[in-house]
Design a binder for this molecule. Structure first.
Ligand SMILES: [Zn+2]
Length: 307
C-alpha cells in the first residue's frame, strides 16, 4: 500500500532564517523506479540514495524545467542519473557492468555488504544541470571524492559554491529481493540573503554547532517512521530554534520519453545506419533507459516524413 507520508520534501528555516533547510523521504517513487529496472541490490541502493540527494538539491533552486543530477565514473557503475522536473516528476537510471561488479564483490570481506556509492563509481564526477527549456543552462561539477555520497556533495558546496552546508543522507535497504527501499535526508545551509543579519557574529559558531548537533540527532528510524509527518520530525528537532516550514513538494515517478522523441532521434541517422540496426523481424527496437519501455519502428516509418 502506498505510504501517504512519503515522497515529500519540506523546506524550512531555523533561527529566523540563519539556516535554510530541506528534509525529504522517498518510498513509493523509489519502488516504481526500482521495479522498472531490476538492477542488482547495491545499484538500486545507490540509485535510491542519489535520488534523495537530487531531491534535496533541486529544492534549493528556483527553477522551471528540469534538474538533472548525474554521477559518472570509471568504476563498475559508470553512471547514475536522476531527473527531477519543477512539478515533481522523477525518473532515474543506472549503467553498470555486472561482471566487473561481481569481480569487485568477490573481494569483499563481508558477503552481502553494501558498498558506498562513490566506491562503485570509482574516479569520476558529480554534476548537476538545470535546463529551463530556453537554453538557460546552469551547471555545477565536482570530482567524486569522499567515502560517501554525502561527503562528495558536501565537497561540492565547499569548493564550488562556498556555501556553509550540513547534510545527512539515509537509506533503508530491504532484506528481501522484492522489499521496499526508502531513502531520504536533511540538509542545512547558511544563505546570508535569507536571514541571520541580526545575529551577532560571535554567536555564529555556537549556533552552527547547535544546528549540526540537532541535525545529527535525527535517526533513520525516526525519518522513516510512517507515523510521523516531516513537520513533526522538524518540530522534534528544531522546536527551540523557531523552525518555520516554507513549503512542501510532492514527488511522483514519470518518464518523459515518447515515440515522437525517439523517432526524431532515429531520423538523425543515415538510411544505411538504420538498416544496420534492424533486428530479425525487420524492426528497429529502442528501449528507454529510464522506464524500460520498448518502442518498435519500421524503416519506412522512420523515413516517412523525410521524403
Ligand atoms: Zn521512458
Amino acid at each position: 500500500m502506498a505510504n501517504k507520508n512519503f515522497d515529500e520534501c519540506t523546506s524550512f528555516l531555523i533561527n529566523n532564517g540563519l539556516y535554510v533547510g530541506r528534509i525529504c523521504r522517498l518510498e513509493n517513487v523509489l519502488k516504481t523506479i526500482i521495479n522498472k529496472h531490476g538492477y542488482i541490490k547495491n545499484v538500486s541502493a545507490s540509485l535510491a540514495e542519489t535520488t534523495a540527494l537530487g531531491v534535496l538539491l533541486a529544492n534549493a533552486l528556483k527553477f522551471e524545467g528540469l534538474f538533472t543530477l548525474q554521477l559518472q565514473g570509471n568504476g563498475p557503475v559508470s553512471t547514475l542519473v536522476v531527473d527531477i522536473t519543477s512539478n515533481g516528476q522523477i525518473r532515474a537510471c543506472a549503467n553498470y557492468d555486472l561482471e566487473r561488479i561481481e569481480r569487485a564483490f568477490a573481494l569483499r570481506k563481508n558477503e552481502g555488504e553494501i558498498e558506498p556509492t562513490p566506491h562503485l563509481l570509482g574516479t569520476g564526477t558529480l554534476a548537476f544541470t538545470i535546463d529551463d527549456g530556453k537554453s538557460n543552462y546552469h551547471q555545477g561539477v565536482v570530482e567524486l571524492q569522499g567515502k560517501t555520497l554525502e561527503e562528495c556533495a558536501l565537497r561540492y558546496f565547499r569548493k564550488s559554491e562556498q556555501i556553509e552546508t550540513m547534510l545527512k543522507l539515509f537509506i533503508d535497504i530491504p532484506e528481501d529481493e522484492d522489499g521496499v527501499y526508502k531513502a531520504g535526508g536533511i540538509i542545512l545551509q547558511r544563505v546570508p540573503e535569507f536571514g541571520g543579519k541580526e545575529v551577532d557574529v560571535k554567536d555564529l559558531p555556537e549556533l552552527r554547532r547547535e544546528a549540526e548537533v540537532l541535525m545529527n540527532s535525527l535517526t533513520k528510524e525516526e525519518l522513516f517512521d510512517e507515523n510521523l509527518s516531516l513537520n513533526e520530525i522538524l518540530y522534534r528537532l528544531y522546536h527551540a530554534n523557531q523552525v518555520a516550514v516554507t513549503k512542501t513538494n510532492h514527488y511522483d515517478f514519470a518518464c518523459r520519453c515518447s515515440r515522437e522523441k525517439l523517432l526524431k532521434t532515429l531520423r538523425g541517422f543515415k538510411e544505411e545506419e538504420l538498416n544496420s540496426m534492424l533486428d530479425e523481424n525487420s524492426k528497429i527496437t529502442a528501449k528507454c533507459g529510464f522506464c524500460s519501455e520498448n518502442y518498435e519502428f519500421t524503416i519506412s516509418e522512420i523515413l516517412e516524413k523525410l521524403n
